[in-house]
Design a protein around this ligand. Structure first.
Ligand SMILES: [Zn+2]
Length: 341
């Protein structure tokens, strides 16, 4: 087995993947037809073309307007997990969804959450992959809208719901704005994470940890500009869910050998790789490892370290986490025996 194939086949955890960014182009076309929605282009692949996060967010919204009923949400979750399994040997995911992409256009929260849960169950049955859900605050919503969303999510809670997160364009909206949502989520026993310092100073990481009660940081690249925050996160073992391809496109780090993720690894931070919005950036969880590890010339030891960081960063309880780690280590031993460098 060559190195690229080895990297693709490594068992993987993914903690930074937005279900709404995983729609297959063919599925968007099917759903648009089903609901009588006109596509802006004949070639649905052309939809996924953009140069800034703002353009990306507009298209993200359009594509998701085709996902309407419970079956649609189930199909999207199922296909998303199927792609993870088949393209990257995905074993476990904690997956973001954005309630306010859906509820303001008249989709009931129960439809969104029950549909996603249906898809997760079906995928576990067919592929053995496990998945939980993280409801995301959208930063461009008002704090009142975010709080109402959090209340609605809790009122329609499914067993798969594990946490609260936050995404959207970071620069204009500081984390503190959404304190009430995070406090409510914490009281209700949800775990907490947030996109932070992807497009804003490391002070946002500190605010997420200290004010919002986050346990992980999604992205976090600008941490490298503040040695004190780096030191603190290293000492506390904070995990960073990093996404090479999406940020290469949106934030202009096309050369993966100069991507800040590399500096974060060198600084001793706990990092693992994720696909973010895979179909929309023409990537998948397997390709993220193949490209980032391969282009940087990292050895198998480093690839395995990142994979196991992903296991440690999950919100599974200690015994489930230990079991997942044992499964991964057994599979890694088998793969190591087949690798020809
Ligand atoms: Zn993201």
């Amino acid at each position: 087995m060559d190195y690229a194939e080895y990297l693709r086949r490594l068992p993987k955890v993914e903690l930074h993947c937005h279900v709404e960014g995983t729609l297959r182009p063919a599925t968007v076309a099917d759903l648009a037809k089903k609901h009588g929605i006109a596509l802006p282009t004949e070639d649905v692949d052309e939809l996924y073309t953009y140069e800034t996060i703002y353009e990306f967010l507009d298209i993200f919204r359009f594509v998701n307007s085709t996902v309407i009923d419970r079956d649609d949400f189930a199909r999207v979750a199922y296909e998303s997990l199927e792609d993870g399994v088949k393209l990257g040997n995905l074993k476990y995911r904690e997956m973001f969804f954005n309630p306010t992409l859906h509820t303001p256009r008249g989709v009931p929260m129960a439809t969104v959450m029950n549909g996603l849960a249906d898809g997760i169950h079906a995928a576990e049955q067919d592929f053995g992959v496990r998945c939980f859900l993280i409801a995301d605050v959208y930063r461009q919503d008002s704090p009142e809208m975010a709080l109402a969303m959090t209340e609605d999510v809790l009122a329609n809670r499914v067993p798969e719901l594990i946490g609260l997160g936050m995404d959207g364009a970071e620069a204009p909206d500081p984390p503190e704005k959404f304190l009430a949502s995070y406090q409510l989520a914490g009281k209700a026993g949800l775990r907490r994470t947030s996109h932070a310092s992807e497009d804003a100073p490391p002070a946002n990481i500190t605010a997420c940890l200290d004010v919002l009660g986050c346990e992980r940081i999604d992205h976090g690249y600008h941490i490298l500009s503040d040695e004190k925050v780096v030191e603190r996160c290293r000492d506390e073992g904070i995990h960073f869910t990093c996404c090479p391809t999406s940020t290469a496109v949106v934030y202009g780090w096309p050369d993966l050998t100069a991507h800040p993720i590399k500096g974060m690894i060198e600084a001793g931070l706990k990092v693992h790789l994720n696909s973010d919005d895979p179909t929309m950036f023409r990537t998948d969880i397997g390709k993220e490892y193949v490209d980032f590890i391969g282009q940087n010339g990292y050895p198998p030891e480093l690839a395995k370290e990142l994979v196991l960081n992903g296991v440690d960063a999950t919100w599974l309880d200690d015994s489930d986490k230990a079991e997942l780690r044992r499964e991964f280590e057994a599979e890694l031993t088998t793969l190591d025996a087949q690798l020809v460098l």
